[in-house]
Design a protein around this ligand. Sequence first.
Ligand code: NAD
Length: 250
Amino acid sequence: MKEEYDAIADLIMRARKVVIFTGAGISTESGIPDFRSPTGIWSKFNPADFTFDKYLVNPEVRRMTWWRYREMKVWEIEPNAAHYALVDLEGMGKLDCIITQNIDGLHQKAGNSEDKVIELHGTVRHVTCLECEKRWPFEEILRWFEKGIEDPHCDECGGLLKAATISFGQAMPAKETMEAEERARNSDLFIVIGSSLVVYPAAYMPVFALESGVPLVIINREATPMDHRATVVVNAGAGDTMSAVMERVK
Ligand code: NAD
């Protein structure tokens, strides 16, 4: 593994605009299960039961969705070594941005600047009204649950509430998606951390970087469909790998 750590460190030292692309795998060491690992969320639930259309019409789907988000307890969860390594990267002036598929807000909690993090799939840090777009911090809606409200609706317009995440079947956020594509194409190093690279359109981001001749690094416990196109692949934990790499860069 030492050779791969050296190679990634070398690429970072020569880069000025590093784009990091993160998936659920960067947060498993903080205690949040991913989707597709053998113990991941989809080993317990069927993704087809959690589409946006079903959320709109089925109170039981909403109840289960709120339950899953409440079980994540993101407000109690702490970032891990991999998140903190990215804070160091920003401190060194090397980080162009983090494009994340994660909804847990752990990059910002670790200390990366809000304007360096592009959330492609939204966030559970907020809840939004699907009618009037009023927003609340998730913790505030938690208090509604504690009062016994199981299917919360907007206190102003009566619209349906939903965590500010992008569910299956919901449109991707246009501004974030366009900005992510532009930054991927204009980067000089693109590093994937903890993503199976099978969820599209998010998984186009490394492809955009490759199309511009940008070297690709993949750090993921399991093989991904893009490994053969990467300059360096590390099949190991994100925390140990990023700590070892940043030790060399410092
Ligand atoms: P995924 O579940 O499809 O893939 C995660 C990958 O990370 C797997 O290939 C796994 O081998 C790898 N992995 C797990 N732990 C790792 C570790 N410690 N170090 C390195 N690699 C590790 O997740 P994805 O590619 O992000 O795509 C699925 C969707 O999951 C995204 O849309 C995202 O919104 C959603 N999701 C997010 C969270 C979160 O916010 N933390 C949690 C679950 C799912």
